[in-house]
Ligand binder design. Structure first.
Ligand code: NAP
Length: 317
């Protein structure tokens, strides 16, 4: 079982959750059931993963067979970038809940600070991007706050927001964001963002903790010529030394920084082993070796988004 951390509103979140983007449709329901059987109590999904229906079915099975009750599973979903209009937020969350067959989500995040006209990627006409909008996310946040007031979401937060965008949302907010979900891994450890968020009592969740190997849509220039994180010889050596697998070493280095991690796996052994990171300690010397892997380059960066006025990654953190 994962440890629980406490959010700034006093609610608990299991530190290790199951990431679910890109889990194939035909196996996701069973994968989520297996994850719950193996001890996962935190599932991360989003409108954009098109899997809320299957996750809802899996959770229903696990509630019905008595493995878990609603109040001991933590479910996160996210507001898609084409639902940022204030009046779209409540219906979007309600639809996520309908698909998930739940009365509330534990955490609802604004998936990204860029507002789009349509789901998914930008659309291009004659070489000009036409799919994005500029919106005032303070209005979106006001509608997010209403989700907490109405009980649809126990907690609300952000994803892919930079420090300026977090500051903008937090200024005058009635309800503070509890979380910012961003890429964090040993090559891109986000120390500055973590310090910034810690000062404001906002927790970080690490997506792509394994570097998202095999993701088809990543910005090539950021990954080409690089050994995938899980195959880094240094990490291999540490895995051997501690009797763990490489994934566990990558997760451990984040878990020890009080970061929530949401690794995705469809493999039963790796699914289980990703929860088992509390029974060993990485020495300070080895943590220094891990720190030296930082190169400041995002693994998980998508093409075509840099032109958006709210593209968050233009500033260092
Ligand atoms: P990831 O978790 O870094 O990598 C997943 C890959 O690593 C899978 O292909 C998996 O393969 C492999 N893997 C997992 N554990 C392993 C281990 N112990 N040893 C070896 N290989 C292992 O990447 P991700 O799925 O992109 O990110 C995780 C989650 O974060 C997503 O699923 C999603 O929920 C969330 N996310 C959020 C955003 C956002 O914008 N908020 C963006 C990206 C992702 P096997 O299945 O074969 O084990």
């Amino acid at each position: 079982m994962a440890k629980e951390l406490t959010l700034n509103n006093g609610r608990k979140i299991p530190q290790i959750g199951l990431g679910t983007s890109r889990i194939p449709k035909d196996i996701i329901e069973d994968t989520v059931c297996l994850a719950v059987d193996r001890g996962y109590r935190h599932i991360d999904t989003a409108f954009a993963y098109y899997n809320e229906v299957e996750i809802g079915r899996a959770l229903k099975r696990k509630f019905e067979d008595g493995t878990v009750t609603r109040d001991n599973v933590f479910v996160t979903s996210k507001l898609s970038s084409h639902y940022h209009a204030e009046e779209d937020v409540y219906p979007a969350c309600s639809e996520s809940l309908r698909r998930l067959q739940l009365d509330y989500v534990d955490l609802f995040l604004i998936h990204s600070p860029f507002s789009l006209k349509n789901p998914g990627y930008f659309t291009t006409k004659g070489g000009v991007e036409t799919g994005y909008l500029e919106r005032d996310l303070k209005a979106t946040w006001r509608a997010m706050e209403e989700l907490v007031i109405s009980g649809k979401a126990k907690s609300i937060g952000l994803s892919n927001f930079n420090s300026q965008q977090i500051e903008y949302i937090s200024d005058g907010a009635r309800i503070k964001p509890v979380m910012n979900q961003v890429e964090i891994n040993i090559r891109f450890p986000q120390h500055q963002l973590q310090r910034f968020c810690e000062e404001r009592d906002i927790m970080l969740t690490a997506y792509a903790p394994m570097g998202s190997p095999g993701h088809p849509n990543l910005l090539q220039k950021n990954t080409e010529g690089k050994v995938p994180l899980l195959k880094e010889p240094v990490i291999d050596k540490l895995a051997e030394k501690y009797g763990k697998n490489s994934g566990q070493i990558l997760l451990k280095s984040l878990v020890d920084r009080n970061i929530v991690v949401i690794p995705m796996s469809t493999n039963p052994e790796r699914l289980a082993s990703n929860l088992q990171v509390y029974d060993f300690t990485i020495s300070d010397e080895d943590l220094d070796i891990i720190s030296s892997m930082e190169d400041g380059i995002r693994q998980f960066s998508r093409p075509k988004r840099e032109d958006h006025p709210d593209y968050p990654f233009r500033i260092p953190f």
